[in-house]
Design a protein around this ligand. Structure first.
Ligand SMILES: CC(C)(COP(=O)(O)OP(=O)(O)OC[C@H]1O[C@@H](n2cnc3c(N)ncnc32)[C@H](O)[C@@H]1OP(=O)(O)O)[C@@H](O)C(=O)NCCC(=O)NCCS
Length: 149
């Protein structure tokens, strides 16, 4: 298992992961290009069996002291093996900011459990946030180990 930065060369593999992970909300191609190329985005991939099996992106909003976890997904056949947690922790480490935030579907118990065990707490609910009318929980974590100034 390896966690390394992702690049535009990972576009096809990332599309496959997005579609497998988010059947209802997969990002359009243009958003995938953006997340693989915009500045101030930490983008990491998990490699196993010689292929990309997971991805995370963290949007660093320096002026707000905030790192926004924009997406995280692991291919179904590779879940529950620690990849999701490793990607999350490495993304947080590289963002090195005072607060992290994300939103998650209210019924996504797997992801919510992961975030809770890593110190995130629910701070808000956004009703009908998703295009199918699903509600989102906003979760946040304060980073007590950051070495920012
Ligand atoms: C959420 C997701 C990224 C977790 O990835 P993963 O690699 O399976 O997670 P890990 O193996 O690192 O598990 C970390 C913790 O998450 C929780 N968790 C993960 N899957 C779980 C499940 N099926 N049931 C309950 N808890 C679960 C557990 O607390 C687990 O810790 P443990 O194994 O020590 O009990 C993965 O399920 C996924 O890609 N889901 C689809 C995409 C998605 O919903 N992304 C989040 C959008 S906000």
């Amino acid at each position: 298992m390896e966690i390394i930065p992702a690049t535009l060369r990972d576009l096809v593999a990332l599309r496959r992961i997005e579609q497998a992970c988010f059947p209802k909300d997969a990002w359009p191609l243009i958003d995938l290009v953006a997340v693989l190329s915009f500045p101030d985005v930490i983008r990491l991939k998990a490699i196993e069996d010689g292929q990309m099996v997971g991805f995370i992106a963290g949007d660093l909003r320096r002026t707000e002291g905030l790192g926004w976890i924009a997406t995280v997904g692991i291919l179904p056949g590779y879940r529950r093996r620690g990849f999701g947690r490793l990607l999350l922790l490495e993304c947080e480490r590289r963002m090195n900011t005072s607060r992290f935030r994300l939103c998650v579907r209210k019924e996504n118990v797997e992801a919510i459990r992961l975030y809770e065990t890593e110190g995130y707490v629910v701070t808000d609910t956004w009703n009908k946030y998703y295009s199918d009318g699903g509600d989102a929980l906003v979760m946040e974590k304060y980073n007590h180990t950051a070495d920012f100034v």
